[in-house]
Ligand binder design. Sequence first.
Ligand SMILES: C[S@@+](CC[C@H](N)C(=O)[O-])C[C@H]1O[C@@H](n2cnc3c(N)ncnc32)[C@H](O)[C@@H]1O
Length: 492
Amino acid sequence: RTMASEPRKRYLLQQVWGGTRTFEDWRIPELKSISEMYGVKDWESFYDEKSYDQNSPFVVVRLSSDDLARKIGERLVMLKNIHEIWGEGKTFEEAANSAKAYIQKNKNCAAYMSKGKTFALRVCGFGRTYSREEQREVLNPFFELGWKGKANLSCPDALFYIFTDCGHIADTKKPPKKVWFCRQITDKTMRYKLHKYSLKTRPFIGPTSTCSELAFLMANQAQVKAGSVVFDPFVGTASLLVAASHFGAICVGNDLDYCLLHSKIHKPKAKKKDLFLNFTHYGFERPEIVCGDSANPPWRSFEMFDSIICDPPYGVRAGARKSGSRAALRGRKINPVDVWKHGVKHIPSSIPYPVEELMEDLMDFAGKYLAIKGRIVFLLPTVGEFKINTIPQHPCLEFVAQSAQTLTGGFHRRCITFKKTKIHKPGLVCKRRDKATEPPPAFADVKNQIFSGKSSSVEDSGDTKATDTKPSSVHVGEGKEQPASKKRKCNS
Ligand SMILES: C[S@@+](CC[C@H](N)C(=O)[O-])C[C@H]1O[C@@H](n2cnc3c(N)ncnc32)[C@H](O)[C@@H]1O
């Protein structure tokens, strides 16, 4: 039997809504990505679009089994819990009557209400809290459902919730817009495992380390699973690969910063720390790390990565550089043999890496090195309106999703996902902008827009000299941000 023909039950997802971080926009793309990873193909019949309200944490989906619901639920970062819906309505009585009908219709329900099984009923309101007395009143109609077992409040065999959605503006006396009576499937979601990966407890971090919530959201967007080969071309302190390792991926990273990778960023006598320490800390396999320039990838050409996840340096938090000679930039002729005469200890000089060029190289890299159905997931800071077609379009890649985190000053951090749909052939590259006739994309100049409000040439956007205009601090990332003046003068 195919999944589409299997009978389906309705499940209520209580997603993460509000709080200090503003990742609400990521909820549906994450749900779609993970459900697809677990074999849900027909999104339209899985997801009840009518149930979506951007101001509510509740979403309804249809699934063929509790096991599948548990698997999907336990993988999601933007989820608190998942429940099987037994009854619903606009009032508590309506929800209790609909639950009675559901119990009569579905023989499986009896197993959770039988004599040998203990149960507990709880009330949870969104936008409304219920006092003890009010809770007792709310529960009254649900005591009549025909329980045969005993109540056990601390460790029941089956846990039932009465959820109410009273709207996101808190008001103690508001009547609910919707009431659900549900049986809990799981509340052990990925969200509650994140504390282990907090940057505050990680042995090796830097000023641009990606916070764990974002890193796990990106790993979910990339559909990372056990055995996936995952690559981060701008690995930094490897936060994204730590998230991928949690799901059992084989990790490969690359960074231009020799000092960062070779632990030369600390004082000579200080205990040396590097990104590998993070992997031993969590008991993960060491990743394969290459010190190289993403503008000139050293990889043999074949479709070897299942996922590419990265937070490229756009010059906002980390300056984008690529290897090259400043003299050559000024027009002097360079003899390539001169570059190698320094021997292995030589660290090649670097020049600014314009953001637009970086994006073109990244999309070309994904088009060439991703396996078919593989995904590239990257972060992109934007200011104001953003159009997805301003990202360089590659003939082998198809746009999947974008979600935005709203930061201060009209500044967004977007997570963008593309999927490889076509086998790469020589000559298949991104369409380049015609610089004479087309204006530069808005993301190319984002650093200047954020820090000075002025616009400047694309060519300047990766230059670290422009850091003079930095404000005293930028609040991104999980740890406390250092003042700009104290930041290490390294690339990351
Ligand atoms: C925003 S940071 C990445 C942060 C990383 N996700 C983490 O958790 O630490 C960008 C990284 O890209 C590196 N980088 C800059 N230009 C590069 C290039 N051309 N090739 C490879 N890495 C580069 C920087 O050294 C920096 O470590």
